[in-house]
Design a protein around this ligand. Structure first.
Ligand code: UD1
Length: 444
């Protein structure tokens, strides 16, 4: 077993697959919304309270970045954070944190808007292909900042950001939220054309409007921002539920032929995912209420699922972050599927791990051909990035026998109490503490 003997102890998640998930699972707040809204709080000269923030590693990293700038951050219970940006005065971010997490780069806009300068390393993050920040830099320049890069550090300054017309070559979620945030306190009107329309982008705009910004066109490909001179302090805002977490649990329910009720789900945010799951024969039934507001979704799969072709595209297309958990489900679905990722160039590295579990997947460039097998078999596998980890968890829950998943730190970046939530739905899943390596799963 890895982690025993002379080897360095590594954290592992151990799954004994094949047990149908049953019961209710509560979905946490959106990682990507929170990671964009937390730095946007720096625009407010005072306190802001955010609710429904997920308890994940990336959020801790972002709060460290904010504290470094002079802002004060307080955790209020498990899912609320207060940011006080009164003392925001330092226009730098620790290089180690920015290299660890791409979203740390989002502090550049607020730094320019309030402090007139920024000095931040070029970001890192999940290794899923080239992820430049050229749209961010070009956009900030268009808004009137001087930006140059020296030795991997982005150095920017401005005498004041001014409204301008920005065209994005690709509807980048990160560039849209970052530039929208930067423009809020600018002088005049900014338009962002070919903007991203993801629910998380809209959530950032709704948050900014909530604190007094004037943003219109939210959820469309043209966003207009009328600059304002000051934002309101002392407000509270609740982050939307995480559609990727909900989608991952839906795939887990389907692969185990289970029956779960997902709580805290905005059904309309999941439309492209639910369309595919329904086509595959998964029953997805929202329980009344407004599909644009948090509610419940029952997901059940009485039979083996059928394969469907999938193309990951910018919203409202199928989300690239759901491609991996869905491929795990396709790996055991009836028939063959072609899965293409048009958003990131190398987001199929994880399939070698699924192949170790008996999957039959061939990758050619941005496309994977997934031929469904009867069942996967438990194996020792490693998560190489966040969503790859999600795919391995889904696959392991549906597999025959025991799987040992390493690379747990990637999964911790984006999933709140994943093991506990799945245990609550009856899964045989455990986390092995490297300090107590004797822990084994119960069978039965
Ligand atoms: C965000 C999400 C990520 C999701 C992705 C696409 C966060 C923290 N992460 O990432 O989970 O998978 O959206 O929905 O919110 N690009 C450039 N230049 C740039 C910016 C992007 O070429 O300056 C390219 C990227 O390489 C990629 C594409 O645009 O091919 C889309 O990336 P983008 O939407 O920006 O993704 P992120 O915001 O990094």
């Amino acid at each position: 077993m890895p982690g025993s003997g002379q080897e360095e102890p590594v954290e592992q998640i151990i799954v004994r697959g094949g047990r149908p998930l049953r019961g209710a699972i509560r979905v946490s707040g959106s990682k990507n919304s929170s990671l964009a809204i937390l730095p946007a709080c720096l625009l407010v000269r005072g306190k802001t309270i955010l609710r429904n923030v997920p308890d994940i590693r990336d959020i801790r990293t972002m709060t460290e970045v904010l504290c470094h700038t002079g802002a004060r951050v307080r955790f209020l219970g498990e899912d609320a954070i207060e940011v006080d940006a009164t003392e925001f005065s330092r226009a730098t971010a620790p290089e180690e944190l920015v290299r660890r997490m791409r979203a740390s780069f989002y502090v550049v806009g607020p730094m320019l808007a309030r402090l007139g300068s920024a000095r931040v390393a070029q970001p890192g993050g999940c290794d899923i292909g080239a992820r430049p920040v050229d749209f961010h830099i070009k956009g900030l320049q268009t808004l009137g900042a001087e930006v140059r890069t020296e030795g991997g550090i982005v150095i920017a300054r401005t005498d004041g950001l001014r409204g301008a017309h920005i065209y994005l070559d690709f509807p980048s979620a990160g560039a849209t939220t970052h530039l929208m945030t930067a423009a809020v306190l600018g002088i005049g009107v900014t338009t962002i054309e070919n903007a991203a329309s993801e629910p998380e982008v809209a959530d950032v705009a709704y948050f900014l409007n909530h604190v007094g910004a004037r943003i219109s066109g939210v959820g469309t490909s043209t966003i207009t921002i009328h600059g304002v001179s000051e934002l309101r302090t002392g407000t509270e805002y609740s982050i939307i539920p995480d559609r990727m977490e909900a989608g991952t649990f839906a795939c887990a329910a389907a692969i185990t032929r289970g029956d779960v009720v997902l709580e805290n789900v905005v059904v309309n945010h999941l439309s492209p995912v639910l369309a595919k799951l329904s086509e595959m024969g998964v029953h997805c039934v929202p329980s009344g209420g407004d599909p644009d507001r948090p509610g419940q979704l029952r997901v059940s799969a009485p039979e083996r699922t059928r394969s469907v072709d999938v193309m990951a595209l910018p919203h409202p297309g199928f989300p690239t972050d759901m491609q991996q958990p869905l491929v795990a489900l396709l790996a055991v679905s009836e028939g063959a599927a072609m899965v293409t990722d048009r958003v990131f160039e190398s987001r199929f590295r994880y399939v070698t791990e699924l192949d170790r579990m008996g999957a039959d997947i061939q990758v050619e460039g941005r496309t994977a051909v997934v031929r469904g097998v009867e069942r996967l078999t438990g194996a020792n596998v490693a998560a190489t990035d966040l969503r790859a980890g999600a795919a391995l968890i889904v696959a392991a829950l549906g597999a025959h026998g025991e799987s040992i998943i390493t690379g747990v730190e990637h999964i911790d970046r984006g999933y709140t109490h994943l093991v506990g939530k799945l245990q609550g739905a009856g899964a045989h899943i455990n986390r092995m503490d490297p300090e107590r390596p004797a822990l084994r799963l119960m069978t039965g």
